[in-house]
Design a protein around this ligand. Structure first.
Ligand SMILES: *Cc1c(COP(=O)(O)O)cnc(C)c1O
Length: 501
């Protein structure tokens, strides 16, 4: 363990979040290992692990990693990982976990309390992630809709969510055998959240068509824009139309610990089920997530009794009765250790700090004419695009994904990308309290320099490939996503900021 600690520490000190290694670089190294014959000793195996993985790993704790919803991890949780793996508890039944079951149940009740549910009647279970939590929330909704209406006709079940809801909502509907068009996209309003007027219209239409409004999914922190849907209004409508309210707080859940912004989640206490991803805004190592439900009884929709595991007559608490999984990691210990060592307030403050930083960065961007910036962030994501004077909107749609790819190829800065309303954006997801505004300014300058370097080659390619008109829309992005080397080679010599791989 101490050798591994030293090895990881050495790599944690890396001066960039990635080496930019490609599949072509790494696949032969991985394939070159003879799995039928062990390495000569532990040192040889560790050196091999360095070659196949560690050296080129993606380091989420690096201040220049601002891409996806990944967090640097709380160290007490890393220590807990050591305990979890060594003891190898499975929390499915009491006779495999003992105190582990009680620790998990205590944390579920604690989370329910933070949400504002009654701890005595609420319940839930840890899951592998927001995807599983969302699936389980919708499964319970389906069970309740069937119970309430007396109908098990899946073709009539409808789920309402905005188009910014997580793709696991649609995936869940598919897994559950719902109609392909069962998830109805509710338009968003001026603030970017679900429009209440549109939600009512859709609920009415569902009623008129004789369909069943199985669930309304409100997102507390959309993956792209960090928008929190208007929870109190949605709760009113869900109640009025008898629909289950699932709140996907995979991202915004960290606000449950915020001392300054908890009010942004007001209304979450009216949910029937809530997804919280501890491995996002509670700074936990993957995986750590939970589904929390208002009424413990509803979890019976996923209960099955087996004589060999959890007989109906069992007098001890068996978490498997509430879970989609059977053998299951004792992930709860990581959160427990974090709360006992770091403390809930400190975790909340870390999330508040990255939200502060997102606001500061947004202000910097508003004043910088070279960039376009999306709406002021609610949480910790900032969407921007490099569009200096003289660059058309369509050119910017081509340029920004190329900038992103060039940065990924070099590995010194990692940003994400997305498309909103047909326009290409770069996305910064801030989850590292150690990423300062100065770091972010530096990343912006790197983006600008890379954009300036790529622009002549992009224009050259556009001219060569067609009518000379700038490429239009996201469809052509793939075509233009040429290897950075090719574009850099096409760039006139002596221009740009000397971008090198
Ligand atoms: C990340 C995310 C999910 C999925 O969670 P996983 O832990 O990746 O499975 C669901 N919903 C939202 C809003 C998310 O941001």
């Amino acid at each position: 363990m101490s050798r591994v600690t030293r090895l990881v520490a050495q790599h944690l000190a890396a001066d960039s979040p990635s080496t930019g290694a490609s599949v072509a670089d790494l696949a032969p190294v991985v394939d070159g290992v003879d799995l039928d014959r062990p390495a000569s000793d532990l040192d040889a195996a560790l050196s091999e692990v360095t070659d196949v993985y560690l050296r080129d790993a993606i380091w989420f704790h690096h201040p220049s990693y601002v891409a996806h919803l990944n967090c640097p991890v709380a160290l007490p949780a890393v220590l807990a990982e050591g305990i979890i793996a060594a003891v190898n508890t499975s929390v499915d039944t009491w006779d495999q976990s003992a105190g582990g079951t009680l620790v998990e149940q205590r944390l579920v009740r604690w989370t329910a309390g933070r949400i504002g549910l009654d701890e005595d009647t609420a319940d839930g279970v840890f899951t592998s992630g927001g995807t599983q939590s969302n699936l389980q929330g919708l499964l319970l909704a389906r069970g309740e809709a069937a119970r309430r209406t007396g109908s098990t006709d899946l073709t009539r079940m409808r789920v309402l969510a905005t188009e910014h809801s997580h793709f696991s909502v649609i995936k869940s509907a598919r897994i559950m055998g719902l109609h392909p068009s069962a998830v109805i996209p509710v338009p968003t309003g001026a603030t970017g959240g679900m429009s209440l007027v549109a939600l009512r219209t859709q609920l009415e239409a569902i009623r008129e068509r004789g369909e069943i409004a199985m669930a309304v999914v409100a997102t507390a922190g959309t993956t792209d824009l960090g928008v929190i849907d208007p929870l109190p209004g949605i709760a009113d409508l869900a109640a009025e139309y008898g629909a289950w309210l699932h709140v996907d707080a995979a991202y915004g859940g960290g606000l449950l610990l915020s001392l300054r912004r908890r009010h942004l989640l007001d209304g979450i206490e009216r949910a029937d089920s809530v997804t919280v991803d501890f491995h996002k805004t509670f700074f936990q190592p993957v995986s750590s997530s939970a589904i929390i439900v208002r009424d413990a009884v509803t979890l019976a929709h996923v209960t099955h009794h087996a004589d060999y595991l959890n007989p109906r007559t069992a007098v001890t608490p068996n978490q498997v009765d509430k879970s989609l999984q059977t053998t299951r990691r004792f992930d709860a210990l990581k959160l427990w250790m974090t709360l006992r060592v770091t403390g809930a307030d400190a975790v909340g403050e870390m999330f508040d700090e990255v939200i502060d930083r997102a606001h500061q960065m947004w202000e910097v961007l508003v004043d910088d004419a070279r960039f376009e910036v999306a709406a002021e962030p609610m949480l910790s994501t900032v969407l921007l695009r490099y569009r200096p004077e003289g660059v058309s909107a369509a050119e910017a749609d081509s340029l920004n994904p190329l900038i992103r790819q060039a940065l990924l190829d070099r590995g010194d800065v990692m940003v994400a990308g997305t498309v909103i309303d047909g326009r290409a954006w770069l996305k910064f997801t801030l989850l590292n309290p150690d990423t300062s505004l100065e770091h972010l300014r530096g990343i912006l300058e790197t983006i600008a320099a890379t954009g300036d370097q790529l622009l002549p080659a992009l224009r050259d390619a556009a001219l060569r490939d067609g009518a000379g008109a700038p490429p239009q829309g996201p469809d052509v992005l793939d075509e233009l996503r040429l290897p950075f080397e090719t574009l850099a080679a096409r760039a006139p010599q002596g221009t740009g900021a000397g971008v090198t791989r």
